[in-house]
Design a protein around this ligand. Structure first.
Ligand SMILES: [Zn+2]
Length: 242
């Protein structure tokens, strides 16, 4: 095979590796942020549940105080009884006591209802807390893993980039210029193989004479449609094209 063609194939492979690594590195902060957002959402949910529980507990305390106040009211009213002189006064006090007792019953009903709700909410909280903690721990592991991945990719790039320069420098200037132009214009694919006489870059048919030349691999051939550099790999002919 033409050595320059071989170099072009090598350069494309290296550039594929580089762009894959760069894309990987670029996507990591986004992945971490989306994980963090998930955790924040769970934390907010937990905080809301805790606040709701606290509000219910306070409401219950309020009801307890109300019941105590009303009981106090009864006691204070009953104290008046020995001093009562008329039946009218007596029954007025009893009516008052009965009214307060009614009020207490209503308050106690409310308290019971509230206690049922409270019990449920209190049961819901520990699993919610545990889940939040577990997810946060998972996220921390994930974050470390992703940061290590980014670091690894950076190190790989440090090795690949000089290799790329070396390979690019061994290309004839005109070829490198053409490669660079097509690479930029064609989404990073400048060198493609032909598969069943079709350019795998633009999927257009190649003229039979050119197919012969590409298969021979002695010259540099360009696709007439997309201007990509063409090559043929016998071993890949049967394989599913990328
Ligand atoms: Zn093409």
């Amino acid at each position: 095979m033409n050595p320059q063609l071989q170099t072009l194939i090598e350069l494309q492979k290296i550039d594929n590796e580089i762009s894959e690594l760069e894309e990987g590195i670029a996507s990591i902060p986004r992945q971490i942020e989306s994980g963090r957002a998930g955790i924040e959402e769970k934390k907010t949910h937990l905080k809301e549940a805790e606040d709701a529980l606290l509000a219910l507990q306070n409401k219950r305390k309020g009801l307890e105080i109300d019941v105590a106040t009303e009981n106090d009211h009864i006691a204070k009213t009953k104290i008046k009884l020995p001093a009562v002189k008329t039946n009218k006064e007596y029954s007025a006090i009893l009516t008052e006591v009965d009214a307060v007792k009614e009020k207490i019953l209503v308050l106690e009903d409310q308290e019971l209802e509230l206690m049922e709700i409270l019990e449920k909410k209190e049961e819901e909280l520990p699993p919610l807390k545990a889940n939040c903690k577990e997810e946060e721990e998972k996220f921390n592991v994930y974050k470390l893993k992703k940061e290590a991945e980014a670091e690894r990719s950076e190190k790989e790039l440090e090795v690949i980039r000089p290799r790329r320069s070396q390979v690019a420098n061994s290309l004839e200037t005109k070829l490198l210029e053409h490669y660079t132009k097509v690479y930029k214009a064609r989404e990073g694919v400048a060198v493609v193989q032909i598969h069943e006489n079709i350019c795998q870059g633009c999927l257009q048919h190649i003229l039979p004479q050119q197919v012969i030349d590409v298969k021979a691999g002695e010259t540099i051939n360009f696709c007439e449609q997309c201007l990509r550099i063409l090559y043929w790999d016998k071993g890949l002919e049967g394989a599913v094209p990328k």
